[in-house]
Design a binder for this molecule. Structure first.
Ligand code: TYD
Length: 213
């Protein structure tokens, strides 16, 4: 099964992915954890360019194509082989990030993005997508303090430096995506304690697994 996690900055995706991986491993499943951007060797180089606050002159279309390049490489090198090997793949961000950030956030056409996403993935879609939903003010505050703790304000701070209005548009983008595809996408409120949030994540995953067979 292929499960992706989405949401604005600071929703606690990493924590939830860790909890789900633990839970699935306990059930005897083999789990691969990966992420975009940066799930492959080439992708890690793209991630450095994409997230650095020092990247100041990247135009919206160039940004889009770097995310798509990262995705194409990641799907070919990591995701498809792991799925073919029977693993459950948990991925931190995937195609919906592009529609939410480059589409709703930057203003590029969602239809174009859907087509380009399809080209990048060769048609691979997640079986389940969890959107962790939080007020952008709370999310940004969390993300900024995390970056301070890890010393990543400059190396990973380019999106955290975007306005609150930008993050509010991205959040609305995710909610619109979920409303349009309720079979695949589950919205989980992320402002509760991690264990509480995880109860909903786990329930969504079990339901999807039953559907997946
Ligand atoms: P990441 O470390 O995953 O974010 P978080 O702060 O939530 O842990 O950083 C990835 C950033 O890249 C994030 O700000 C969203 C952005 N992004 C896009 O704009 N488009 C995309 O297609 C992807 C995959 C990510």
């Amino acid at each position: 099964m292929f499960v992706t996690f989405e949401g604005i900055e600071g929703t606690g995706k990493t924590t939830q992915i860790g909890l789900l991986a633990e839970d699935l491993t306990r059930q005897g499943k083999r789990v691969a954890i990966t992420r975009e951007p940066g799930g492959s060797r080439i992708g890690r180089e793209l991630r450095r360019i994409l997230l650095s606050l020092e990247t100041k002159d990247l135009c919206d279309r160039a940004e889009l194509f770097l995310y798509l390049a990262d995705r194409a490489q990641h799907v070919a090198e990591v995701v498809r082989p792991a799925l073919a090997d029977g693993m459950t793949v948990l991925c931190d961000r995937f195609t919906d990030s592009t529609v939410a950030y480059q589409g709703h956030g930057r203003g590029l056409s969602p239809d174009l993005l859907r087509q380009l996403n399809d080209t990048a993935t060769g048609g691979l879609a997640p079986d389940l997508t969890i959107v962790l939903d939080i007020d952008p003010e709370i999310g940004l505050r969390r993300a900024l303090s995390r970056n301070l703790e890890t010393g990543a304000q400059v190396s990973e701070g380019r999106f955290e430096a975007e306005s609150l209005a930008f993050h509010a548009r991205v959040r609305q983008g995710y909610l619109a995506l979920a409303a349009a595809d309720p079979g695949r996408i589950r919205v989980v409120a992320a402002d509760a304690a991690p264990r509480e949030v995880f109860a909903s994540v786990r329930a969504a995953c079990q339901e999807a697994a039953a559907r997946h067979g």
